[in-house]
Design a protein around this ligand. Sequence first.
Ligand code: GTP
Ligand code: MG
Length: 222
Amino acid sequence: MADFRAHERKLTLKVVFYGPARSGKTTNLMQLHSLLRPQRRGELMVLETRDDRTLFFDVLPIGLRSASGLDLRLKIYTVPGQVQHDSTRKAVLSRADGVIFIADSDPAQQENNATSFENLADNLQKLGMEIERLPLVVQFNKRDCVDAVAEDELQERWRDTPWSPLVMATALQGRGVVETFRRLLEQLYAPLDSECGLTANYGITATTFVRQLSEAGSDGHA
Ligand SMILES: Nc1nc2c(ncn2[C@@H]2O[C@H](COP(=O)(O)OP(=O)(O)OP(=O)(O)O)[C@@H](O)[C@H]2O)c(=O)[nH]1
Ligand SMILES: [Mg+2]
């Protein structure tokens, strides 16, 4: 449920990168930070740990003030993927408006992808949220790995789910990162529009919403 304060003309959304350990959640966040227009993004906070793994979360604020005066903010979080950090994952997931699931294309990681997706469903249920009703995009990262599972096989495997088609990415090179984010913005719009009247009250159409929040910087490849 979005944090909407009509009297303050302020709308804050929470987006969470979820997925197994080392699938590239922090890398996606860092790449988004470097690809988005500087005017849109706030300060990226990545909590470096000795072995490069996220222990709590990383966060990137994104924001804009629309021509109609609505102060629109997005806070993008990552969760720690390591199995033992489940209570932290659940806390970060709480009150999320949308989730981007980062799966790993490495054949050896397919079971970890599945376990993590089940863990997401399980935690959402514990938080009283329904996975089928939540804006959710699934990205398969690390397409540059020589033995990555073939895209056709992955698309086929997910074809009869609400999360098809999957987005392919190589986050390390910035490929597919903004595309994944845009897909989530597209899904976020409809429920927000019914809740807050984005078009009716603020003149923010779906196209404006997606374009403005994912605008690339002049040096971006998006
Ligand atoms: N080859 C390749 N490596 C990647 C890619 N994306 C991320 N990595 C590497 O995978 C490792 C883990 O990436 P992170 O972004 O830290 O993964 P994470 O999902 O945040 O991991 P946790 O915080 O432990 O859950 C790092 O060494 C990254 O450089 C990619 O597209 N291709
Ligand atoms: Mg991380």
